[in-house]
Each structure stands twice: as C-alpha cells, then as structure tokens.
Design a protein around this ligand. Structure first.
Ligand SMILES: [Zn+2]
Ligand SMILES: [Zn+2]
Length: 255
C-alpha cells in the first residue's frame, strides 16, 4: 500500500471486502492478509491439459500432473490448447477480487491478481518460450461500457514475467456472446462462441499465451486457440487468474 493510501486510510478507514476487518498496511487495499492468503490456490496435482485439480497419485515423493479423465477422452484435435493453467479457484477473496475488478471497475486489483498468475507461471510454465501474450478480447460494445478489458490489464501486469513476449491484441471479438457458465450443454456453449473471434495480427509460427481472468468451461479460450492455430500459431497455452471448478472430492467434480 502506498503512503497516499496509508494516509487516506487514517482519515477514511478501509475495511476488508470479505470479513470487514479494518485494513492498515495491507497490500491490495481491498482484502486483509487472512482472507487473501486463505483464498484457495490451485496446486499440484492438476490436469496437465485443462488445469483442473484432480486427486493425482503420489509416486516416489513427487506429485505428478497428468490429464484428467475428461481431457483424456477428448480427441487431441478438439483441444486446440496445449495447456491451460489457472492460479486459484474462482472462489472466496480471489473470486470477489475478480468481480470487483470487472464489474465495479477496481482496476487496482489487477496487480495482486496478476501476482497470483505470475507465481503460477513461474512454477508451471516455461516462461521464456512465449512470443506473445494475448488477452482474451471483449466485444467492443462491452469494452466501451466497462471502459477497460480486465484480461488486458492482467496481461500488461504480467509482462515482466515473460522475457521474450509482449502483449499484442491480435484477437478481436466479433459477436457478443452469452455467459458460458449459464449455458447447459456442451453444444450450446460451442455454438455460443463459435465464430466469435477473429485474428487480426501476425501469429504465424509464434507461441502464444492467452490471458483470461476466469476459465469456466474452457470453451471461450479453446475457440480463441482454434482461431490462433488456424492462423498458424506454433502453440497456444492459457494462463487464467482463476478456474471455476471445485477441489477434488467436492460436489460437481468436473475433473
Ligand atoms: Zn478479511
Ligand atoms: Zn483436464
């Protein structure tokens, strides 16, 4: 927290958005360290393709990532992405922070959220292999309403983590889409995003890291990846702040 914020906090106390405890020197100005650190992160073992946590197996002291049953059953040509990783569950303080960022315009939350993504990237991705970071675009009307694209803010915060990549807005969203999680069947979700994106920049032979805030079903990022691959991208990985999924063993285990 900056001195300006600290001073402001003395005059106008700031409280944790989750537990209402008063914030004094906390980093992000919105959540206390207990709520922020306690918000569940995604750690090994998780699916090496879609990033969803699974129970895994422990062999000789190492916990391995391997494909979940759903990804294992999916035809490789339908995956479009090489790997999807998410830093945290779309839940608790991290979930709230994403909603405060997106729906209430608290752009300052992009930095602590990107920090979670940076930690995940440094642990699980080969950060030097990417040529471009591509934020999942909003439809122009939505972007005008919101005033910013949260994925682009996260991408810019993440720049220093990827030594050979820079943010390039090579994707555009051509049609407004419904919220994927509200659609019931895989067919509805596929039709909703099918043809929604176009590639407007040079991606041939380049290794792309798609950046998004929340991955729910993976349909949106896979459709983006399908278009990038069609335009000649060498490979497409996805880094998300959060995955809307449950911990293994909990209800609705989509892994
Ligand atoms: Zn709190
Ligand atoms: Zn999977």
């Amino acid at each position: 927290m900056s001195w300006g914020l600290t001073f402001k906090n003395i005059l106008l106390p700031i409280f944790c958005k989750r537990c209402d405890r008063r914030l004094l020197t906390e980093e992000n100005g919105y959540f206390c360290p207990t709520c922020w650190e306690g918000s569940p992160r995604i750690t090994r073992p998780f699916c090496s393709l879609c990033g969803r946590p699974h129970k895994g197996t422990v062999g000789f002291g190492t916990i391995q990532n391997f494909p979940c049953a759903t990804c294992h059953a999916m035809k490789p040509r339908k995956r479009h992405t090489r790997q999807i990783v998410g830093a945290a569950y779309y839940d608790e303080a991290v979930g709230e922070a994403i909603r405060w960022l997106k729906f209430r315009g608290r752009q300052r939350l992009a930095a602590p959220l990107a920090e979670l993504m940076a930690d995940m990237a440094e642990r699980e991705l080969e950060t030097a292999c990417y040529d471009i970071l591509v934020p999942v675009p909003l439809h122009p009307v939505r972007q005008r309403e919101r005033g910013f694209n949260q994925a682009a803010l996260l991408g810019h915060e993440l720049g220093p983590v990827f030594p050979n990549a820079r943010v390039e807005h090579v994707l555009t969203r051509q049609k407004p889409t419904k919220v994927q999680s509200r659609l019931r069947t895989p067919e509805q979700r596929r039709d909703n995003v099918r043809g929604a994106f176009a590639v407007s920049g040079e991606v041939k032979g380049r290794t792309v890291l798609l950046i998004d805030d929340v991955v729910t079903t993976g349909g949106t990022v896979r459709e983006c990846a399908r278009m990038l691959n069609k335009a000649g991208a060498a490979a497409v990985d996805v880094l998300a702040t959060a995955l809307a999924t449950h911990a293994p063993g909990q209800a609705d285990d989509r892994a």
